[in-house]
Design a protein around this ligand. Structure first.
Ligand code: ADP
Ligand code: MG
Ligand code: MG
Length: 912
C-alpha cells in the first residue's frame, strides 16, 4: 500500500499510527489524539480520516476515494477489538463519535455527532449493560437531536429561530416542571425521542436511520461538509486560514460522562488563559455529555475549586495529566475530557488560546521554570506581536470604580474572562452589533447575551466587550474573546436577559439596548454608565511614572520579555513623532530614533502665517511670510532634538498640497478670512479668491505636493532647512548631540532629488558658518512612488538614505486611493479577491516586490545605504517581518506600536 493512499490512521491502547507532527494530514485534533496515545495518556480508541480525503471530497463532487469504505471498516474493526465491543451489536454495542478537526483549531465552527450506533436494539443492550436505562435514553435523545441538526440539516439557518429539537425538549421539561434535562425521567426521555423522530419524518419524509453503518457514513459526510459552512468560511477568512486545507474526520469510541453522578464532562486549561496564573483551571458538569459544559445550559462547576472536593481522585488524575502535557508540549494546553465512573479520559488537547496578558506571563514563567528557552518564549505562536497592545491599553481607574460602587452603580459580578476595560452601549444581538458598526464604525457597544455561539462571531468582533449570563471560563464567549483580545465577563448569573422584551434586568434595574455600561475584565465587575479609565500598568511605569517597576508584576514580566526581544532582533525600531512629548513616549517604549517627523503638523499651529505664504504671489512676499514661520519651526525642531538626545531624527520637508491649509472650503467656513488675508498682503479680496481657486486640484494625491512644492517654491525648502540647522546648532551648543536626517518627499527623478538636496546643503553651509558650529547630518529621500524604486540606483548616487513611504507607495502601486477604497475593499475581502488590507499589511508581492527592487538597486550604487520604512505598515507585525526579510535597517511607527514592532522584529530574526 503506497503512503499517499493511506487515508485512515488508527489510535488506541497506547499506540497510534500518527503523531503530533502530522497535523496537516490528520488535523490538530487527530494528530494530538494520536500523540496523547503515544505518550501513554488515556484516550478512547478511534481513527482519523485524513484531510486528503476532504480535498478529494470537494474535488470530486462530494464523493470519496473508492478504497475508503474498506479502510474505514478495517479501522472500525480495530477499534472494536481494543474496546471489546461491536458496532451495531445488540448484545455488546460500541458507540462512536464523529468529530471534525482541521489543521488549525476552529473552535465550534464545524460539526460533531456523538453516540453514533444507537437504535432501539443497541439502546436496550446499553441500558442492560450499564444497568441504567435513563442513561441509555438520554444518550439516544442527544444522538437523534445532533444527527438531526447536523446530518439531516434541521438546525435553523437563522439563529433567531430556535432549534426545533430544543423546542420539543423545552416543552417536555415545562410539562414535567423541571429546569434541567438531567432531571427528566426515562418515560419523559422516551417521549422526547418519539417526538424527535416524528418531526424528523415530517421534515425529511424518511424514518430516522437505524442502521449504524448508515449513521456513521452520514456523520462523516456531514463533518466534511461542515468545512464549507458559512461560519467556518467566515472564520477562516478572519484568521487567514486557507480554504484548501480541509478538515480531517475523527471517529472515536464513546466514553460517557452521563452515566451518573460519578461521571462528568469538562474542559480546562493547564494555566489561566486570561491573566496567565499557574495551575489547572476550567469547567465541568456532573452527569452530562459533550458540549453541555460550553453551551451554557447549566452554569458549570470550577475544576480548581469544586472538583478536588467532589471527585478528589479524578482531580488528581487530571492534574497529573495536565503536568505531563505541559512537559511534553512545552506550552499551556487547552483540554477536553470526560470522567466515566471516576476515570478521566482525554478527548482533546491543543495549545491554549490566551490574552496578551496571559501570553506574556506564561511565556516568561515557562522560561523561568526552565521548560522553554528565551528564543522559544518569543515565538509568534506564543505571543502574537499585536497582542502586546493589550498591556498598553487603559484600565478602569480604581478611584472611579470606588465612586461608582458608592453611587450604587456596581450591578453584578461574573467570571473575568478577558482582561481590560470596556465601556459601551448595550446590544443584545450580534447581528445588530454588526449592522450598527457598519453604519458607524466608531460606535461603542457591549454585546450582552445569555451565551454566545459561533454564529455571533462577526458581531463579537465589532463589540468593545462581551458580557454573558451563562457559561464559564471555557465557554464559547470566553474562548473567542480571549482570542480576539476583547474585554469579557461570562457566567454573570445575576443578569436576567429577555431578548423578546429587549431588557436586561439586574440589581433591580431594567436596562435597555443603547444604555451605557462598563465591564471590568480583570475583576468581572459590571457597572452601570461610563466608568473613567486610567493608563495601563506598563504605561504607568514607563510613561506617567505613577508606579514603580517593583509595584507591577505585569510590568516586570513585560520588561524581562522586552530584554530578550532586544537581544535577538536585528531590525532597529524608530517612531513617527512631531512633538517632543510624543517622542518622549516613544523613547520610553524603546524607540531608537525618529523615522518620520511630519513638518506640516507643525504648520497647522500657525495657519495665519502659512496662509499668508500661500497667497503671496511674489517671491519677496512669500519670503516675508516664511520668515514669520521660521522661529516656530526652529523651536519645534529644537524641542525634538533635545528630547531625542543624540538619536537620529528624520525630518521630512513639506509634503501635502497647499490647499490643505487654504481652500475654498476654508474661505466658505470662515467668512472674514478672505478680507483678512487681503489686508495682510495689501491686495484685493478678489485676488485672494482667485489664488485659492487656482490651488484647487482634481486629484490632489497626484498633484502639486511633495518635493514638487519645494522645487517650484525653493524658498519653502530653504526656510525649513534653515529652521532645522539653526535648531541643531542651538541644541548642540547646549551640549546635546544632534543627528538630523533631512528627507525629501515624493521623489521620482534624480533631478528632483538633486534640486532639493542642493538647497538643503547650501543652507546648511551658510548656517554652520553663521553659528560657528557644524553638525553631522544626512540628506535622503522617501521612496514612495513606483518610479523611484525602479531608478533607485540613480537616486542612491546622491541620496544618503531611503525611507519607504508605503502609504503612498501602496496607493500609487495599486492605483488605489486610501480615501476611496472603502467602497470595495470589504467586498474584495469577503470574496477572497484580496487577502489582507494592503494599507494595513504590505502587499508583499506587488508593493513588496517594488521595495525589493528599490533595496537591491539602491545598495548597488551605495553599499551602506541606510534604508527604513515610515508608512503605517511600520507598526504592523507581518509587515515588520517582511522588512526584516528584505534587509531594511529600521522600521518606524507610532509610539504605542513601538513595543509591538520590536517584538515582531525579534520574531522575524528568530524564524529559521
Ligand atoms: P469541537 O471541535 O467543536 O470541540 P469535538 O469534536 O471536540 O468538537 O466534540 C465536542 C465534545 O464532544 C468533546 O469536547 C467531548 O466532550 C465530546 N466528545 C467527542 N467525542 C467523544 C467521545 N468519543 N466520547 C465522549 N465524548 C466525546
Ligand atoms: Mg473539542
Ligand atoms: Mg507620502
Amino acid at each position: 500500500m503506497s503512503k499517499e493512499h493511506k487515508y485512515v490512521y488508527t489510535f488506541g491502547a497506547g499506540k497510534a499510527e500518527g503523531d503530533a507532527s502530522m497535523r496537516n494530514l490528520l488535523g490538530g485534533k487527530g494528530a494530538n489524539l494520536a500523540e496523547m496515545c503515544n505518550i501513554g495518556l488515556p484516550v478512547p480508541a478511534g481513527f482519523t480520516i485524513t484531510t486528503d480525503v476532504c480535498t478529494y471530497y470537494y474535488a470530486n463532487d462530494r464523493t470519496y476515494p473508492k478504497e475508503l469504505k474498506k479502510r474505514v471498516e478495517a479501522a472500525l474493526a480495530h477499534v472494536e477489538t481494543i474496546m471489546g465491543a461491536q458496532f451495531g451489536s445488540a448484545k455488546n454495542p460500541l458507540l462512536v463519535s464523529c468529530r471534525s478537526g482541521a489543521r488549525e483549531s476552529m473552535p465550534g465552527m464545524m460539526d460533531t455527532v456523538l453516540n453514533i450506533g444507537l437504535n432501539e436494539k443497541t439502546l436496550e443492550a446499553l441500558a442492560r449493560q450499564s444497568q441504567n436505562e435513563r442513561f441509555a435514553w438520554d444518550s439516544y435523545r442527544r444522538f437523534v437531536q445532533m444527527y438531526g441538526d447536523v446530518v439531516l440539516e434541521m438546525k435553523p439557518k437563522d439563529k433567531r429561530d430556535i432549534d426545533p429539537f430544543e423546542k420539543i425538549l423545552e416543552e417536555v421539561k415545562h410539562t414535567a416542571k423541571v429546569q434541567y434535562d438531567s432531571e427528566l425521567s426515562v418515560d419523559q426521555l422516551k417521549d422526547v425521542v418519539a417526538q424527535f423522530k416524528k418531526m424528523v419524518k415530517e421534515h425529511t419524509g424518511k424514518d430516522f436511520p437505524t442502521d449504524p453503518m448508515e449513521q456513521v457514513w452520514g456523520a462523516i459526510g456531514a463533518v466534511f461538509s461542515s468545512w464549507m459552512n458559512d461560519r467556518a468560511v467566515v472564520y477562516r477568512r478572519q484568521y487567514g486560514i486557507p480554504h484548501e486545507w480541509g478538515t480531517a474526520t475523527n471517529v472515536q469510541a464513546m466514553v460517557f460522562g452521563n452515566l451518573g453522578n460519578d461521571c462528568a464532562t469538562g474542559v480546562g486549561l493547564t494555566r489561566d488563559g486570561a491573566l496567565g496564573f499557574p495551575g489547572f483551571n476550567g469547567d465541568y458538569l456532573v452527569n452530562a455529555q459533550g458540549e453541555d459544559v460550553v453551551a451554557g445550559i447549566r452554569t458549570p462547576k470550577r475544576i480548581e475549586i469544586d472538583l478536588p472536593k467532589e471527585m478528589p481522585e479524578a482531580f488528581q488524575q487530571l492534574d497529573n495529566i495536565g503536568k505531563t502535557l505541559e512537559r511534553h508540549y512545552k506550552d499551556v494546553q487547552d483540554i477536553e475530557f470526560t470522567i466515566q465512573r471516576g476515570k478521566v479520559w482525554m478527548l482533546q488537547t491543543r495549545n491554549a488560546k490566551r490574552t496578551g496578558f496571559a501570553a506574556v506571563r506564561i511565556a516568561v514563567d515557562l522560561v523561568n521554570e526552565g521548560l522553554i528557552t528565551e528564543q522559544e518564549a518569543l515565538q509568534k505562536r506564543r505571543i502574537p506581536a499585536d497582542d502586546l497592545n493589550q498591556l498598553l491599553q487603559p484600565i478602569f481607574d480604581p478611584e472611579a470604580k470606588k465612586k461608582a460602587s458608592a453611587a450604587g452603580k456596581l450591578l453584578a459580578k461574573g467570571i473575568a474572562a478577558g482582561p481590560g476595560a470596556a465601556t459601551g452601549k448595550i446590544c443584545f444581538h450580534a447581528s445588530d452589533a454588526e449592522a450598527m458598526h457598519a453604519a458607524n464604525p466608531s460606535v461603542e457597544l457591549i454585546l450582552v447575551r445569555r451565551e454566545t455561539s459561533p454564529e455571533d462571531l462577526r458581531g463579537m468582533r465589532v463589540a468593545k466587550g462581551i458580557l454573558t449570563a451563562f457559561g464559564g471560563a471555557s465557554s464559547h464567549a470566553a474562548l473567542v474573546s480571549r482570542q480576539m483580545g476583547k474585554v469579557c465577563i461570562v457566567g454573570c448569573g445575576a443578569l436576567n436577559i429577555d431578548y423578546h422584551k429587549e431588557t436586561l434586568v439586574v440589581a433591580g434595574k431594567t436596562l435597555k439596548p443603547g444604555d451605557w455600561i462598563s465591564i471590568d475584565g480583570f475583576s468581572g465587575e459590571l457597572y452601570e454608565g461610563k466608568v473613567p479609565t486610567k493608563p495601563s500598568e506598563v504605561v504607568e511605569v514607563l510613561l506617567t511614572r505613577s508606579k514603580k517597576p517593583e509595584e507591577s508584576e505585569i510590568y516586570q514580566r513585560y520588561a524581562q520579555l522586552m530584554g530578550w526581544v532586544d537581544k535577538f532582533r536585528r531590525l532597529r525600531v524608530r517612531t513617527n513623532a512631531d512633538q517632543p512629548d510624543e517622542a518622549a513616549r516613544a523613547v520610553a517604549f524603546g524607540a531608537e530614533g525618529i523615522g518620520l517627523c511630519r513638518t506640516e503638523h507643525m504648520f497647522f499651529g500657525h495657519l495665519d502665517e502659512i496662509r499668508e505664504m500661500i497667497v503671496a504671489d511674489t517671491k519677496a512676499s512669500r519670503e516675508k511670510a516664511l520668515a514669520k514661520l521660521l522661529p516656530f519651526q526652529r523651536d519645534d525642531f529644537a524641542g525634538l532634538f533635545r528630547e531625542m538626545k543624540g538619536r537620529p531624527v528624520t525630518i521630512r520637508l513639506l509634503d501635502p498640497p497647499l490647499h490643505e491649509f487654504l481652500s475654498e472650503h476654508h474661505l466658505h467656513e470662515q467668512p472674514g478670512l478672505a478680507a483678512k488675508l487681503a489686508r495682510q498682503l495689501d491686495v484685493s479680496p478678489e485676488a485672494i479668491t482667485r489664488r485659492v481657486a487656482g490651488l484647487k486640484e482634481m486629484n490632489p494625491m497626484l498633484g502639486h505636493r511633495g518635493c514638487r512644492l519645494g522645487i517650484v517654491y525653493p524658498e519653502i525648502t530653504a526656510m525649513q532647512a534653515r529652521a532645522i540647522f539653526e535648531a541643531a546648532c542651538q541644541v548642540k551648543k547646549e551640549g546635546i548631540d544632534v543627528h538630523p536626517e533631512v528627507m525629501i518627499p515624493l521623489v521620482g527623478f534624480l533631478a528632483e532629488y538633486k534640486n532639493q538636496e542642493a538647497i538643503v546643503r547650501e543652507v546648511a553651509d551658510k548656517v554652520f558658518k553663521e553659528k560657528g558650529v557644524s553638525i553631522d547630518f544626512l540628506v535622503g529621500t522617501m521612496i514612495e512612488i513606483p518610479r523611484a524604486t525602479v531608478v533607485a540606483d540613480q537616486i542612491a548616487q546622491s541620496a544618503e538614505f531611503f525611507s519607504f513611504g508605503t502609504n503612498d507607495l501602496t496607493q500609487t502601486t495599486l492605483g488605489m486611493s486610501r480615501d476611496d477604497y472603502g467602497a470595495f475593499i470589504g467586498y474584495y475581502q469577503e470574496h477572497d479577491i484580496i487577502g489582507s488590507d494592503p494599507f494595513q499589511t504590505i502587499d508583499k508581492e506587488g508593493v513588496g516586490g517594488l521595495m525589493k527592487i528599490g533595496v537591491e538597486r539602491g545598495r548597488r550604487s551605495r553599499e551602506n545605504l541606510k534604508i527604513g520604512i515610515c508608512g503605517e505598515h511600520g507598526g504592523d507585525p507581518a509587515s515588520v517581518m517582511f522588512c526584516h526579510e528584505i534587509d531594511l535597517d529600521y522600521v518606524s511607527c507610532s509610539p504605542f506600536r513601538v513595543p509591538i514592532a520590536r517584538l515582531a522584529a525579534a520574531q522575524a530574526a528568530l524564524v529559521k
